[in-house]
Design a protein around this ligand. Structure first.
Ligand SMILES: [Zn+2]
Ligand SMILES: [Zn+2]
Length: 344
């Protein structure tokens, strides 16, 4: 048995190599990875060689969206055994700080998150990880769906933070992968009017196919006017900014109803000039999200019971050896690709 690894060896370069198969320690399991998604952050790292202050020193291993089969377990692992299929929550908090202890572990300053340098990712055959981060897949789920639970967790956390409930009108600005996951989460939580906006027609069509009730091409017209028209002048209970752009962040203030909520999901790295009086006068709740917390079990339950259909997302699947090709495909077909998944 060998442990094939997709080594990230230089900017825009992945090389297949091999490593030892690691042994699980106490509380850990050995997972044979079956499917691994390529995240927007992986693509960013692939192009730029790092994110923000995290400059990668090569070689490194990317990837944190994965599902696979348990093939070994260390001491004290009770609930998992070889043969179980699991998806994995890729962040491990310190367990000791006030955030970990209060359940907001996504805010732990010592969080070790797979593929966030220097924590190695999962683009390899065998991964050792804490058993407490592994969630058994219900019998009717595949590991392809399992690998998409992580991005879905972002959408569910966003919908939770926005307080989406039955009958709500929501607007989602940007329907790339995270926008689509937010849409699926809002639908599962009972939002009845789900308006999406994007500049790409094919993304809008996909969103309509997955449950959006109206789509606005923001390249073709004024989003605020369209939302006004679609909601009879009431605007949206909750607006999700998922495009990660200053323009959409600003539009959010114009299309949220009085007393509504804006959830900033996208990573906007540019300085964005907000005129706060616009949201003060409407008494808006402005909320931010960072990754997710405590939602993997809910995600699995919703998929298993048919409330969320991840199969319909139809990811593009690539054989593991073609990892480099998959990254290039994701970059060159950005507007057509929702999710690229490696099959190991
Ligand atoms: Zn991700
Ligand atoms: Zn902590």
């Amino acid at each position: 048995m060998k442990n094939r690894v997709a080594y990230f060896v230089a900017k825009s370069k992945i090389e297949m190599g091999e490593a030892e198969i690691p042994a699980p320690g106490a509380g850990e399991v050995l997972i044979k990875v079956r499917h691994c998604g390529i995240c927007g952050s992986d693509v960013h790292n692939y192009i730029a060689g790092g994110t923000g202050k995290r400059i990668i020193s090569f070689p490194f291993v990317l990837g944190h969206e994965f599902a696979g089969e348990i093939v070994g377990a260390g001491e004290h692992v009770k609930d998992l055994k070889p043969g179980d299929l699991v998806c994995v929550e890729p962040g491990v908090g310190c367990g000791e700080c006030e955030f970990c202890k209060s359940g907001r572990y996504n805010l732990c300053a010592d969080m070790k998150f797979m593929s966030a340098y220097p924590n190695e990712g999962c683009m390899k055959d065998y991964v050792v990880f804490p058993a407490k981060n592994c969630f058994k897949l219900p019998e009717n789920l595949t590991t392809i769906e399992g690998a998409m639970v992580e991005p879905l967790a972002v959408g569910l956390h966003a919908a939770n933070r926005g307080g989406v409930s039955c009958g709500d009108t929501v607007v989602i600005l940007g329907v790339g992968c995270i926008g689509i996951m937010t849409l699926l989460a809002c639908k599962a939580k009972g939002a009845t009017n789900i308006i999406v906006a994007d500049v790409f027609e094919n993304r809008l069509n996909k969103a309509l196919e997955l449950g959006a009730t109206a789509a606005i091409n923001s390249a073709a017209g004024n989003v605020a006017e369209k939302v006004e028209e679609l909601t009879g002048g009431r605007y949206a209970d909750i607006v999700f900014e998922t495009a990660g752009r200053p323009e959409t962040t600003l539009i959010a203030a114009d299309i949220v109803r009085r007393g509504g909520t804006i959830v900033c999901v996208g990573n906007v790295s540019e300085v964005t000039p907000y005129r706060f009086i616009d949201i003060n006068m409407k008494e808006i709740d402005l909320k931010c999200i960072f990754r997710y917390r405590n939602v993997f079990p809910l995600a699995l339950e919703l998929i298993s019971r048919g409330k969320i259909d991840l199969k319909a997302v139809r990811p593009d699947i690539f054989p593991f050896e073609d990892a480099q090709k998959a990254f290039e495909y994701a970059i060159n077909n950005g507007k057509d690709v929702l999710k690229c998944v490696l099959e190991l």
